[in-house]
Design a protein around this ligand. Structure first.
Ligand SMILES: CC(C)(COP(=O)(O)OP(=O)(O)OC[C@H]1O[C@@H](n2cnc3c(N)ncnc32)[C@H](O)[C@@H]1OP(=O)(O)O)[C@@H](O)C(=O)NCCC(=O)NCCS
Length: 134
């Protein structure tokens, strides 16, 4: 496990990121990641992820991934029977609302998998990942 926080100039914690070691350290699961609601869209999330990537790359990590649950039908993989839609559903995964997929895409992550019905019927966990050190 590796964990870091972001602080404002007054010392207040405004963001938290962590990573879980997997596959003998070649793969790391990004969890958790959260930025204070009042501080979003100011680059804190990006700074936390880039800082974590540098640390994990130095440790020999090759892949960083995360699960991004779709609990509210905020992606094109939610609210459908994924088994009948695979593999085409992966062609162009869309999202809307508060789902973090656009954030991760801005940082170079790709959709690399999905767990159908992870949170109930039609509520999948969408796996995103990127190559470290690229
Ligand atoms: C997802 C989250 C960590 C992003 O943090 P943030 O500090 O707001 O992100 P940043 O300001 O660093 O954004 C980086 C880029 O992503 C974009 N972005 C961030 N959130 C976005 C969203 N919801 N929709 C579209 N773009 C988004 C920003 O505009 C910025 O784009 P740029 O490259 O043009 O500058 C934050 O919204 C959050 O804590 N959400 C709730 C918890 C959560 O969903 N965590 C992820 C669990 S998997």
């Amino acid at each position: 496990m590796s964990s870091r926080v972001a602080r404002a100039t007054d010392g207040a914690i405004i963001g938290w990121i962590g990573a879980i070691r997997e596959y003998d350290g070649l793969v790391w699961q990004l969890h958790p990641l959260v930025v204070d609601g009042a501080q979003r869209r100011h680059g804190v999330g990006r700074a936390l992820v880039l800082d974590l990537e540098a640390i994990l790359t130095a440790r020999g990590g090759l892949t960083l991934w995360a699960g991004t649950d779709d609990l509210a039908g905020e992606t094109s993989l939610g609210g459908i029977d994924l088994y009948s839609a695979l593999p085409g559903a992966f062609g162009a995964v869309g999202s809307w609302g508060h789902h973090p997929l656009p954030f991760y895409r801005r940082l170079g992550f790709h959709v690399i998998g999905v767990m159908p019905d992870a949170n109930g019927p039609g509520r999948p966990d969408i796996f995103i990942g990127k190559r470290l050190g690229a």
